[in-house]
Design a protein around this ligand. Sequence first.
Ligand code: CP
Length: 314
Amino acid sequence: MKQISVNNLLGVKYLTKDDINLIFETADSFKEILNRKIKKVPTLRGITIANLFFENSTRTKLSFELAEKRLSADILNFSKTGSSISKGESLIDTVNNILAMKVDMIIIRHPSPGAAKFLSKNTESCIINAGDGTHEHPTQGLLDAYSINSRLGSLVNKRVLILGDILHSRVALSNIFSLNLLGAKVKVCGPKSLIPKFINNFDVVYEPNLDEGLAWCDAVNILRVQNERMNQAYFPSLREYHNLFGIKLSSINRLRKEILILHPGPINRGVEIASEVLDNKNTIILDQVENGVAIRMAVLYLLASKREKIIESD
Ligand code: CP
């Protein structure tokens, strides 16, 4: 049986092309199971997984929880609100207490970049990063790439435009790593103030003009304007943002070709995307959500199998 090369999923940065292809192949078989009448398999029976969410989430939290349930794992759900974090307990003490309850895997969303890596270095558990601040959101990057790949048949030489608030996004880096590894060409587009300088370290090109970017691409992944992470004004107004960088039906209708439209969610209607674009036949936002469950099942399964092998060989 093929094995994933990593023991934790901290970021797509740490994965190989073979790892991603293995995750996609495994997700294909889980997707088939998810379309059956009985959507549950006993694969992770006996494994206990804790979902630790120190930041709000709808899609990622529910998608991981459903993936775990579909694989018959036992689940603990933790959110910062209502926990002893409010009494001053540290992250590492919280996690060590949870691990003392014989938990096998930890899913963590945290506002601090590097939180998942910190836990992987300081605990014995298998850690999956469900979004660490503005750093990475690996399962989202993987499911976005999987969704484009499923629709276009391959990512080799496909052109993907990542549009919007790249500066505050954790999805952008995970997208760039996944897409580059699978052979796609990537451009980023948005107000210059929302494009981080470190973007030059990656194999991407900055496109300042949205119409040019849309004319170039096969798929556009629209990132949310993350108002909650902004401590200063990065553009004059939301109206101006929408006029210059929002995807409108007119932007799509002007193109002499069809492009896929993705958004990792949650969406800000009327800011980065106009409501009417959501009804476009090439808008695959809900496909992304559906694929997310299969991708997360694949990641859980591959990491749990690797862990079993490590424990057996000890
Ligand atoms: N895409 C995503 O991470 O959404 P949530 O914040 O709702 O989990």
